[in-house]
Design a binder for this molecule. Sequence first.
Ligand SMILES: NC(=O)NCCC[C@H](N)C(=O)O
Length: 403
Amino acid sequence: MISESATPRVDSEVGPLRTVLLHRPGNELKRLTPRNNDQLLFDSIPWVDRAQEEHDAFAEVLRGRGVEVLLLADALRAALADPRAHAAGVHAAVDDRRLGNDLADSLRSHLSGVGASALAEVLMSGVTFEELPATDGASLVRKMHSPHDFAVDPLPNLLFTRDSSAWIGDRVAISSLTMPARRRETAVLDLVYAYHPLFRQAARAYGAHSAPIEGGDVMLLAPGVLAVGVGERTTPAGAESLARSLFADDVVHTVLAVPIEQERATMHLDTVCTMVGADAVVMYPLARDSLVAYTMRPDDGGGVRVDGPAPFLTAAAEAMKIDRLRVIDTGLDPVTAEREQWDDGNNTLALAPGVVVGYERNSETNARLEEAGIEVLAIAGSELGSGRGGPRCMSCPVLRDPV
Ligand SMILES: NC(=O)NCCC[C@H](N)C(=O)O
């Protein structure tokens, strides 16, 4: 148990996984409709019961391998038991710009009186106008909104705990998320890390409200060596400010900024590449020869030196001090490779070197990984995948043993 024997710490992508933060999808998924799913970053409308079954099975696979699973909703409820967290949670839920001062005040006063569980539910699942508590007097805002409009937006992408925070060494970086549909996740994770007893002592890397970074772009190639994808989500400024913060605290010595296509299919670095061993990655074949990296290192004057771009595999091997970073060749034809990349075939979660969790649907990629000696623990993801994220996206490692 993390609480008894160890403090949070993650130095690699593949060290034996001990503790992970997941989010079991809840009522927030029931808010998705054909009218709002694009804006809420889902490609279709998930069957919620089945998504929960799939997620429970995912969590069981991890527990079966000795991993302690922390659930975000439990952690949030525990954090909100602290009155300061509760007050911050109310503040995070209510948006005066949407509700106007009167309705905002009345919602704030209502939420101030609800318990931790009810407030957690509001923060995760949102509130529609028809669900708002009754108030005296007329409100133009109430009259003009449809009853099904959101007074507080739901956060269906909480499922992807990878993106909202990331541990680097003994520091946690709470992401400043790019897409409007995910921005409030920052406040939720901020509450958990500030007030949950397990995390209260945790040191932070990077300011949660700095330039955008998302954890799906953050990859610890080796102790002290971080790759950061820069594309649709993480910006160059985000990568640079994360690097500066980690250099200042002496957490890493090298950060590789890796440009990726600014497209939905490649929204994060971990959609094209994940680590499956201490010196091995599975990578989308089309990215293999095209990925490059800018290398950032601290310079003598307290600044940051930037070199490159150079081919990613070369820059990574040099920073990791290994001869080469092996790419497990999935050998897939371009059409199968594109299909399986879209379905998160390259988005594996390593439980230890050579042991990964992957979606069962990516049968070709999984077969090639097995042929290369990687054990693939296959999970169902027909519903979970509707949000376009795989096992790595759905997990935030909190404690890994050294490789
Ligand atoms: N690391 C990841 O690739 N996460 C997947 C995030 C999917 C989510 N629907 C999003 O668009 O942000």
